[in-house]
Design a protein around this ligand. Structure first.
Ligand code: G3P
Ligand code: CA
Length: 270
């Protein structure tokens, strides 16, 4: 009739990509809808090869001594962005806190790549296989609640969160090292993903992708900083805190390559 309302049909009801794959025998990577425990519908990118659900890409935090926890994004339920634009803007969906997972996959996808290009364009891709999330509360929301990304709450190499060995899908230990500057290369062990680290100045960072820091200038290899970065008087801030210390994309001194600086870090639960 005239008052007919549109009917929106979502063909699958699932809390995770794995559930879509296993329940409905769907094997194509792409954008799917998932439902949270409380019924919130959201779209995400599913990597059906590993049955991983994208939960976050990017992330941004400020730099102020008055806000040591920054915007607190790693341990809160605030969501932002869209899966489709995750390579162009910050993104976090309800899966970040809703999905219970054992492991993560991480894709470094060049900025502005289209979803169908993500897998093939990735400059670095790996996953964990230790089920480390199980003992950290089942997802990154719980992990970062245990290990807050908060300035001044711990010290370098003492209060480091989990350092988990990785299995490479694209890249290897040597290519991981080459993405970072020559100086930080001497302060890391490749082949790991490390969560919540502090640097010399007690600034906190969420993730060191592909590496386990052995030194304390972690701001050149770790991302997702919270709150405050005392070194350099405002020269260190945001996601890729100090990837550009010796010039943007310069890949000399402490500076990372342009390749990794201009890629989004996509976190998948599996
Ligand atoms: O993180 C590097 C910084 O602490 C030292 O920088 O410029 O003195 O080598 P620089
Ligand atoms: Ca430093």
């Amino acid at each position: 009739g005239c008052d007919a309302k549109p009917v929106y049909k979502f063909p699958y009801t699932a809390r995770s990509c794995k559930e879509i794959r296993d329940k409905y025998a769907i094997h194509d990577d792409g954008l799917y809808y998932l439902t949270t425990e409380s019924g919130v519908l959201y779209q995400t990118f599913c990597d059906m090869t590993t049955a991983g659900a994208l939960d976050a890409g990017g992330h941004q935090q400020g730099d102020s001594p008055d806000r040591p926890e920054g915007d607190g994004t790693w341990s809160n339920r605030v969501i932002f962005g869209s899966a489709e634009a995750a390579t162009s803007d910050d993104y976090k969906n309800p899966g970040y806190y809703d999905i219970t997972a054992q492991d993560v996959s991480v894709w470094h996808v060049p900025n502005n790549a289209q979803t169908e290009e993500w897998a093939n364009f990735s400059i670095l891709r790996y996953h964990t296989e230790t089920s480390f999330l199980t003992s950290e509360g089942g997802n990154l929301y719980h992990l970062f609640t245990r290990y807050p990304v908060t300035y001044g709450t711990g010290a370098c190499n003492i209060n480091t969160g989990p350092a988990v060995p990785i299995v490479y899908d694209v890249g290897n230990e040597e290519s991981t090292l080459q993405l970072y500057g020559p100086n930080p290369r001497g302060e890391v062990t490749p082949g790991f993903i490390t969560f919540r680290v502090f640097n010399y100045e007690k600034a906190a960072m969420a993730i060191c992708s592909g590496v386990k820091p052995t030194g304390c200038n972690t701001e050149h290899v770790c991302v997702g900083g919270g709150g405050h970065f005392p070194e350099g008087g405002g020269r260190q801030c945001g996601d890729f805190t100090s990837f550009d210390w010796n010039g943007y994309g310069a890949n000399n001194g402490w500076s990372a390559t342009r390749e990794i600086t201009e890629s989004a870090i996509m976190l998948f639960y599996r």
